[in-house]
Design a protein around this ligand. Sequence first.
Ligand SMILES: Cc1ncc(COP(=O)(O)O)c(C=O)c1O
Length: 389
Amino acid sequence: MDIKKIRAETPGIAHGIHLLACGSALAPRPVVDAVMSYLDLEARIGGYEAHAQEAQMLDATYGSVARLIGAKPHEIAILENATVAWCQAFYALPLKKGDRIITCQAEYAANYVAYLHRQKTEGIEIDIVPNDETGALDLTALETMITERTALISITWVPTNGGLVNPAVGVGAIAKKHGIPYLLDACQAVGQMPVDVEALQCDFLSATGRKFLRGPRGTGFLYIRETWLESLEPASLDHFSAPLVDSSRYAVRADARRFETWENSYALRAGLKVACDYAMDIGLDAIQQRAWMLAADLREKLVELPGCSIMDLGAEKCAIVSFTIDGLDPQFAVNSLREKGIAIGMTNQASSLLDAERRNLPVMLRISPHYYNNESDLDACFAALEELV
Ligand SMILES: Cc1ncc(COP(=O)(O)O)c(C=O)c1O
């Protein structure tokens, strides 16, 4: 990996130290250029005309997203964020009173709200798999919880609030063995590690553009395995997802774009395409290795700080580092570091409520280095935190 080149291609690096890829990462110059030049084209020749001129490139975005996760282009819907992508799949699934959903302790709050919503409106039931002794989803417990009422296994691979990596491949094997649909929230995984829907054996996968993938904000995507494409109808339709055949009939599109609507930000899609290509050019294995190594180094440094507790769960830890420091208000720490040009973040209980309640978590500090960061970024961050304790 040519770190010098990668850093030179990252405009944000000239403006400070950014250590929050799990929030919204620094985009590389080619992504920024793709968005800006598309907007510029729209300004010069008009939105519809730009779309016609760039149709091939825009269509190729589906190919780029698909390649990134080992899928086929017709299995991809491009949406405005991961939540919309996830909801499109979840609310399309026909569940009836008494059907059970199995989820995990680390589940993202938005997904859990949707489970509660369908519990309230349709009478579904929610089962939560306990963690194993390392804090990751317990695969043995998962298998014992499956009953003939289990209608969906839906988990978060990497949570928003820490370095845990749930055993998503193992979950896929169990889901497949029992013939249960599997919905995977890969929002924090895509862009920081290789993702392969065949290895995962998931039926649906959602992700965002702006986090580790380094794409523009306002982008996300949904993968739908092709075997579902004929049967799974979106909860809502328009004349893009289901063009009118005549005044009494529509025909739902055959591809995953049945989960999209007519109007979109094509400038952002252009950026998303470049973000996928950029990550694949560097290589997801290499990205994972470096980002995880930087996070591991940071954890090693942080434990030296008096009163610091690393809160990440699991035997295998990714590039999200969550921690607390006794007596240090997280908001004060974030603000103080921001004044020094260092961006770190916080994670509050509400975004991963099940985990927060189970572990009685306070608001935590959250740092996520990406492959474009270096040791001196970590040193500067550590020194700034050291001054506060
Ligand atoms: C695990 C996880 N899932 C889903 C989301 C939602 O993503 P988006 O904000 O793109 O809808 C997030 C965002 O932080 C997340 O961390």
